[in-house]
Design a protein around this ligand. Structure first.
Ligand code: MRU
Length: 383
């Protein structure tokens, strides 16, 4: 377990109105690099306000992650990569190494020490989503190279951070296409949990990427969105995203999922993932396990959509995944409201693990993995 923390703390950086830039109307700009500043839509304020957080330091990025201005596994990977690019810029400036003259040995050592501290600071933010340490590792491969000068490292890290962003967009589109091939029927009704949409990624979504692609082929698609207690990512974010896209969405409370399944009103479940282990166990937002048990009971296919950067083949099974425990205030109330007795003891695990036996297939940008996942995920790893 890691120390608990709550949403709604200090903002990482300044709040600003929607920035101008590429993308255009209608595009959700979850996290972007703009001239050396990481700009994120503030997900704590949605759907009531569309405001942006500007992070000029890696510490501000870390704060935005802890307080969930940015959230969702792939988006955390993108943010962490960009946070490290900010750290590299700052370390170069602080070392005062004149890039024209080249850095001395002391400068290089200080530069690396600063990047080590930033890596640890970003790693310590949230423990469950694998995309975050994955992105930090990608950056570490660059800053530990001794054949690059600090100035070259900065340039390489910025370019890798942009690549992680672009790759995520492309991966989500591919996931959408693979997933759409699995969803048959004239009028599918997909139940989803939490938000695995544009807001949780660089901008297209994993589970909602599948839903977007299905909708393009089958406009009669309907979506049931679990509200997702305690932070209401389904009610606040998934409903907002799908309504913007004109995709038919109905919001239900988490404990209604069984009712709709028992009435034959759900044809498929599609969810995202925070970490997938070698045997196909899936950590995702708390409540996903319950949905998977219900889906199995009712014979409804249960699909997990995630980029391969969510797959942690170093862990053999889900019991090894660190589960984040967050502040009790997220359960006793929301924002300024508190509905539980003062002083009540609270448990607040943010994720649970769905066993591989409940997962019909795992949809990645490299293809669809079916059981047994020990084999199919390894095959995709080398593809
Ligand atoms: O606590 P959150 O909002 O970061 O949790 C997010 C989820 O559980 C998502 O389903 C998961 O990260 C997949 S996002 C494509």
């Amino acid at each position: 377990m890691v120390p608990s923390r709550g949403a709604g703390g200090a903002a990482g950086g300044d709040r600003v109105a929607a920035p101008a830039g590429p993308g255009g109307a209608g595009v959700i700009r979850t996290v972007e690099w703009q001239d050396g500043v990481v700009v994120m839509i503030d997900q704590r304020r949605l759907p009531l306000e569309e405001v942006y957080v500007r992070c000029e330091t890696w510490e501000e990025v870390a704060d935005a992650i802890c307080t969930m201005a940015v959230r969702g596994a792939p988006a955390l990977g993108v943010a962490a990569g960009m946070g490290m690019a900010l750290a590299a810029r700052a370390a170069l400036r602080a070392g005062a190494a004149d890039p024209a003259q080249g850095a001395g040995a002391g400068d290089v050592a200080r530069f690396r020490t600063a990047l080590q501290a930033a890596t640890k600071g970003l790693f310590d933010t949230r423990p469950t989503a694998y995309n975050l340490p994955w992105a930090l590792k990608e950056m570490e491969r660059i800053w530990t190279r001794d054949d690059f000068s600090p100035a070259e490292i900065v340039a390489q890290m910025e370019s890798r951070a942009m690549q992680i962003y672009e790759d995520d967009l492309a991966s989500c589109r591919a996931i959408g296409e693979y997933g759409a091939g699995l969803i048959q029927g004239e009028q599918p009704v997909i139940l989803t949990h939490c938000n695995a949409g544009a807001l949780a990624t660089a901008g297209y979504g994993t589970a909602l990427g599948v839903i977007r692609s299905v909708h393009a082929r089958t406009p009669r698609l309907r979506v049931l969105a679990d509200e997702t207690r305690p932070l209401l990512q389904g009610a606040r974010l998934t409903a907002w995203e799908l309504m913007r896209e004109g995709i038919s969405v109905e919001l239900i409370t988490d404990n209604m999922a069984g009712y709709f399944m028992s009435q034959g009103l759900v044809t498929h479940v599609v969810v995202g993932a925070d970490r997938i282990t070698a045997n196909g166990d899936v950590a995702n937002k708390v409540g996903t396990y319950t949905v998977s048990v219900l889906a199995r009971e009712h014979g409804i296919p249960f699909y997990v959509a995630a980029p391969f950067s969510t797959v942690d083949l170093s862990l053999s099974e889900g019991s090894a995944i660190p589960i984040e425990e967050r502040a009790g205030s997220e359960v006793t109330g929301y924002g300024e409201s508190c509905w539980a007795p003062v002083g009540v003891r609270v448990r607040n695990p943010a994720f649970d693990v769905t066993p591989a036996r409940n997962v019909t297939a795992i949809i990645t940008e490299r293809g669809v993995a079916f059981p047994p996942y020990e084999e199919s995920l390894r095959t995709l790893e080398v593809s």
